[in-house]
Structures are given as C-alpha cells and as structure tokens.
Design a protein around this ligand. Structure first.
Ligand SMILES: Nc1ncnc2c1ncn2[C@@H]1O[C@H](COP(=O)(O)OP(=O)(O)OP(=O)(O)O)[C@@H](O)[C@H]1O
Ligand SMILES: [Mg+2]
Length: 324
C-alpha cells in the first residue's frame, strides 16, 4: 500500500544560548491510509517536535535542518508559508493536549468552527454552521445546537476536547496528528474520546499519528507503534507484535513501567537513569548508559534501525546479534 505520508531522515534542531542541538535525529516512518501510528517514549524524547516539524509549527529557535516529508507527491518541508497554512487545518490537522489554548475565549464555538472551515472548503457560512452541528453530533455531544452558541468557558474540559476533535476533523483531513489528546482528561472521558477517534478513523478513513505516554491507549487504538528515545526511533512494529515480543531493551523497560493489577509489589519497575539532556553528546547507542545489556560496542558505535522481521525494526546491537 502506498503510504499517505513518508517521513525520511528528519533532523530538527534547536538553537539555545549554549549552541545548536539536534532534538530529532534521523527519524523516518511511513503512515498508511487509514492507519493509526502511535508515537511513544519518555518525556523529552522528541515526539512533539517530530509532529510539529510535519505541521510546520516549530517555534522561532527550532528548525527542520534536513529530511523530507512526502505528502501527496510533494515535500512538505519545501512548501511556502502560505502553502503550509493551507495544508495545516485542511488536509493535515492537529489536536493538542490543552484544548483551551487552541480556542479563542472571545468567540463562540460555532463561530470558530465556521471560521476554520471557510478558508479550506467551498462552503457558505450557513452550510458550515450546519456542518458544525453535525460534527458535534458525531462527537456524541447532546444538544449540539446549544453548544455551537456557547463560549469555551461555558464548557467542561471533556466537552472542549470533543469540540477540538470536531474542529480538527471539520475539513476532512487526510492526516490527524493528536498530541496527548486525552492526558488532561479524567479516565472515563479519555475512554470515550479514544472510542470516538477509533470510530472516526473507520468512518472517514483518516490516518492518525497519536502521541501518548500511555501504552494501554496504544494497545487500544493503534495499528503500529514507533518507540522514540533521544530523538531517534529505537523500535517500530505492528502493535500486536510489539506487545507480544518487544525487542529493544528500552521498549521492554517501558512495558515494565506499566503498573499491573496482579502485582503484589507496591513498587513500579522503572528504567534506571534519565533521558540524556539535549546538550549531552552521546557516543554509540543513546540508550547505552541505561541499558541492562550494554556492551563496549554499544558505547562506541550507534546501531542502525534494522528490519528484524517483516515490519518490525529495531536499533540494538544485542538484538541484531541474537538474530544473527
Ligand atoms: N522550543 C524549544 N526550545 C528549547 N528546547 C526545546 C523546545 N521544544 C522542545 N525542546 C526540547 O527538545 C526535546 C524534545 O522535546 P519534545 O517536546 O519533542 O519532547 P516530547 O517527546 O514531546 O516530550 P513530552 O512527552 O514531555 O511531551 C526536549 O529535550 C525538549 O526540552
Ligand atoms: Mg510532547
């Protein structure tokens, strides 16, 4: 199947007072049509910057230094700011963790939904408003006619997140990038929103990149997962394979961090140590200092991301030796 998005060797740099550092180092992945790809990894490993690079929403000191992202036959990184704006919110849209920050407190929900649609769709204001009500209904919102007339502060967090998802889907995006879309919500609403995203993906055939810390969420709605560490993809596989047989010591560590109900111990196994700071120079494998099976070679040479079985890629000398 031809992927809808193909990211190749993405490098994203941040300039600070101490110099320029790479926060995303050679990330490559493909996103299939209607596929949900989970991006996981500890805080600071570059998940958000990867997705912000694709949507062109990087801050002033951050830039894509190399790589390409092919969407509909064109490299997104070569688009003009105007073309990029057209793409964003249109064919590629994004949901963030905090819905309040993305909504304007001074305008009604309906007003903002309409304003979002008008530049991207051949549609009148009246049609756009009708569509807003339909989309809110799709989100399981009761009395949507009333919600379109509401201001953001009149709605609960869970409601606002539904509004955000409705907005992000309003222009029939081909790709939806959701960065921790449910972290700020309580568990029941989280579950509802995830169920909804799952239904929407089937209804509209939208491809989704879902960024999350939560492996349970990944298991529920992703088709494939990419595990990131220090700006790199360490392992990627179909979700079932990754859960059945994680290979990378880092991925195994992440799985051990999930609390289990049947565990008697009142502690969580965690991966010792921390993600290196961006300013740290790593030699060899970035995970080596924290890895239980690290060897001299791991400290010296960085392994490549290698396909170890169909669709299952891993960046680890130890795993490669096991498979050899
Ligand atoms: N605008 C910025 N200026 C300086 N450093 C930044 C900036 N944005 C991100 N970083 C740094 O780049 C690295 C990657 O950040 P990113 O936000 O992509 O991580 P993340 O995987 O999304 O983490 P989280 O799970 O906490 O959201 C981190 O070390 C972060 O501190
Ligand atoms: Mg993030």
């Amino acid at each position: 199947m031809e992927p809808i998005l193909k990211v190749q060797d993405l490098h994203t740099e941040i300039t600070t007072n101490y110099g320029t550092f790479e926060a995303v180092s050679g990330v490559s992945f493909e996103l299939g049509k209607g596929e949900t790809l989970g991006l996981v990894g500890e805080s600071g490993c570059g998940k958000s910057l990867t997705s912000l690079s694709i949507t062109g929403l990087l801050g002033p000191k951050v830039r894509v230094a190399a790589g390409e992202a092919i969407f509909e036959g064109r490299d997104i990184f070569k688009l003009s700011p105007k073309e990029m704006r057209q793409l964003r919110g249109g064919k590629i849209s994004m949901i963030f963790q905090e819905p309040m920050t993305a909504l304007n407190p001074l305008f009604t929900v309906g007003n903002q939904m309409v304003e979002m649609m008008l530049p991207h769709m051949k549609i009148t204001k009246k049609e756009a408003l009708k569509r807003s009500v339909e989309l809110l209904t799709d989100m399981g919102i009761e009395r949507p006619e009333q919600v379109v007339k509401s201001y953001p502060f009149e709605l609960s967090g869970g409601m606002l997140q539904r509004v955000m998802i409705a907005m992000s889907l309003s222009c029939n995006p081909k790709i939806l990038i959701a960065d921790e879309p449910t972290t700020a919500l309580d568990v029941t609403i989280q579950a509802q929103i995830l169920k909804l995203m799952n239904e929407l993906k089937h209804k509209y055939d939208t491809s989704i990149i879902l960024i999350t810390h939560n492996l349970g969420v990944v298991a529920q709605i992703c088709d494939r997962v990419a595990v990131m560490y220090f700006g790199r993809i360490m392992e990627t596989a179909p979700v079932k394979r990754l859960f059945e047989q994680p290979l990378h010591p880092y991925t195994k560590g992440l799985f051990l961090c999930i609390p289990k109900l049947d565990q008697d111990e009142d502690f969580l196994s965690t991966i010792p140590g921390m993600v290196p700071a961006l300013t740290e120079k790593t030699e060899g494998c970035a995970f080596a200092p924290r890895c239980p099976r690290c060897t001299d070679r791991c400290r010296r040479e960085e392994p490549e991301l290698v396909e170890v079985e169909e669709g299952h890629f891993c960046r680890c000398w130890g795993v490669l030796e096991d498979k050899a």
